[in-house]
Write a protein that binds this ligand. Sequence first.
Ligand code: SME
Length: 160
Amino acid sequence: MAESLIVDQNLSKEEKYKALLPQIEALTTGETDLIANISNMVAALKQGLDFFWVGVYFNKEGQLVLGPFQGPIACTRIPYHKGVCGACYTQQQTIVVPDVEAFPGHIACSSDSKSEIVLPVIKDGEVKLVLDVDSDKLNNFDEVDQKYLEQLMKLVESWY
Ligand code: SME
């Protein structure tokens, strides 16, 4: 396992993703524990891309339940039909929200969160978890984030 993460903070966002994704893959290769791998993945995303909040909600017990994350404390349980995470779960697709205040039903875990991207991990037609990334800046997520985070969700799918 790699002992430290190397992501030059002078790189562009796309170059950071390109540097980070192979390191996350290397970091998790050979480890079969899902929680351990997801924990390192969110820590690597926080460190490499300096997100305000990044973490997962698992589909369990008929709702979305908080899993490993980095950032301020967050709400623990989200009903399937609530918030951006619920929309991602229900629609089974990535949701990009440039301005959380303009998203009906958005759940504000932190008033500092301004924009958000949520991506599903789908296995055998079922959403296993959603990855939620929050920014304290408006309109901070674009097609670059979507492209590379969707690639990362394919890696997570392979852990199931
Ligand atoms: N904003 C999310 C809730 C989770 S927190 O942002 C960590 C939502 O609306 O689903």
